[in-house]
Structures are given as structure tokens and as C-alpha cells.
Design a protein around this ligand. Sequence first.
Ligand SMILES: [Fe+2]
Length: 387
Amino acid sequence: MSHDISTLRKFVSPEIVFGAGSRKSVANFASNFGARHVFLVSDPGVAAAGWVNEIVTLLTDAGIRSTVFTGVSPNPKVDEVMTGAELYKSSECDVIVAIGGGSPMDCAKGIGIVATHGRNILEFEGVDTITNPSPPLILIPTTAGTSADVSQFAIISDPNRRFKFSIISKAVVPDVSLIDPEVTETMDAYLTACTGVDALVHAIEAFVSTGSGPLTDTHALEAIRLINRNLEPLVENIADPYLREQIMLASMQAGLAFSNAILGAVHAMSHSLGGFLDLPHGLCNALLLEHVVAYNFQSAEDRFRRVAEAMDIDTRGMSKPEIKKRLMQRIVELKRKVGLEARLAQLGVSVSDIPHLSGFALQDPCILTNPRKSSLRDVQVVYEEAL
Ligand SMILES: [Fe+2]
């Protein structure tokens, strides 16, 4: 009897330490990797908040030198990765630590790849293009949303093509993720909303993905449940440590789900937007979400019913169109309550950009696991609806 192995699923995860204060174990983990000189990647905002100095001190106290690199912008660029990799090499570093949101973490992944291959990061676009193992990588996320600290994705911006490209490989899953809700206390309400909705999109897209499976489903549903219940209260009360921890946990679970089940059309379309107009990732996702749900619903009705239930909608006795309507209403309400209601046009997108944006969205690997197969015209229509 033959078995179809195309439906088998693997699950990749870093070693994770979750909880308040976990960042303080950074020197222990670096020592375990034999670190003598750590390359510490961050950005100016995180440095100004004091988190970079704290990590430097923790490493110094353990007898480990460090070189700090904060030349990372939102939507990390090809030349920032290349500059970081040169500094890594010239400083003779042996372990990479990044503390920050998705941008420094993705940049750190890129620096590791370039440092061991000695080639341009542009050559690693796509799935499984990495041949050499990267230096040990320890990530400390300061936002609760992007989950670059658990995922097998690195997203880099190529300003020449105005395109954000994806590197997807088990090789960019970090060795260690220190997920510490205390470091999210320097996020403002707007960033909390953007990154929290990004995490919600991760969980929904992973759950309806054609790459989903039992190992990712439980994480995805729990993440949806936690974000639905805790994101609005957190945005209203961003100093609450319990709510911060709940959203950090949700972000981690959404990350484990999407890293392994991959994503869908929201991310394909938002990567295209973010590369073209250099817009914040979470905001792009938020503006597209309900429009993509409306487009996808017919191709994964039972899956979306379970998403609706995880968002505390009692679907008993409801028809499928009713479930679709209620789910979209709840998404729009959640976005409005956390302050992310806007149209693409308000961000500077014009109708004449849509053909270009749609072409790039169809080249993004995330489109391949979208539950409904999408043509160029389909993607154009969804952009038009969000305009
Ligand atoms: Fe995302």
C-alpha cells in the first residue's frame, strides 16, 4: 500500500525561553556557543530605549566582547545587511545577537548568511537557497507581532526593484529565542496595535494555509483567541504586564504556526506594498485583512468557521454567508478599536500602482499557500477593494 507523503508536515522551532527576564540569560547562551565576540544588531529606537546597553553590560560581565550595529531601518535594506556583514567579519565576531523588532532580527539573519557565504544577500532570495550554516544566532524580540525570532523567514527590502524579497529556510530559524514581555514595555499604543494585528494575520493565514496541519493548528487557534481577547485592552492600557505577556504569548504561537504552515495572500500583497512604498508591515496587513478574508472564504469555509469561533463568535445555527459577515465585522471592529482603520489611498497608494503591486504579489512565495488560487486579476480586485 502506498502512502501520499505530500501531506506530511514537519515542525521547526528554535530553543525558546519565554517569560519576564528571559533576556538576562543572553550571556549564558552566548557562552554555550563559545562566544568571545558578539555582533549585536539593533536599531536606533531600541538603543535609545536602553535595551542595547543592557545586553552589552550582560555580555561584558560574562567576559564577552561585543560590537554594536544599529544601522538598520524599518524594512531592512540590502545594503544594510551587506554593511553589517562586513563589520561582523572585520570585527572577527563569532556569535550574532539581535534585539529589536522584525527589522533588526531579519537584518541579523541576513548578516549571518552573508558572513558565511561571502556573497550578496540578493542571491539568497527564495526557498532553501542556503548551503552554509550561519553563525549561532540569538534573538530577543522587542515587539509582540513579527515573530522573526521563531520563524524560518527573513524579509529584506531591495530598493532598486522597490521589492521586499523573502528568504525561507530552516537555516534562518535562530538557535535561541529569548521572548521577554518586559522589553515590549517601550512600545507605544500604535506599534502595539500594528504588531498585534500582524500576529493575528499570521495566525489566520497559517490556519487557512494549504500548508497547515495538526502541529500548527493548535498554535494558530490559540493565538487568534488570545489576540481577540487581549489586544484591545492592551492598546488601551499598554503598561499592563499581564496583557503584554498574553499578547507576547499569542505572537509566539502565531509565529510557530506561520513559520511552519507558511502564510497567504495578505502577506504576499503586503510585502509588495511595503517594498514599493516603504510602509509599515503591520499596517499594510491590517488594511488588507478583511478584503482577503472575503476573497478566500469560499475556498476554506470550515476553516474560517473555526477562526470565527476562536474570535468568540457563536456560529451555531449560522449559515455560511452569515459566518462570513460576522467574521468580517469582528475584524473591522477590532481594527477600529485599536486605531488601524484606514484605506490604502490614505497611505499614498494610487490606482495606477495596482498593476505593479499585483505583479510583485504574485511573485511572493506566500501566495503559493493561499487557500484560494489567485490570478493577477484576482489580486488587482482585492487591492482595489482596499484602496
Ligand atoms: Fe507579518
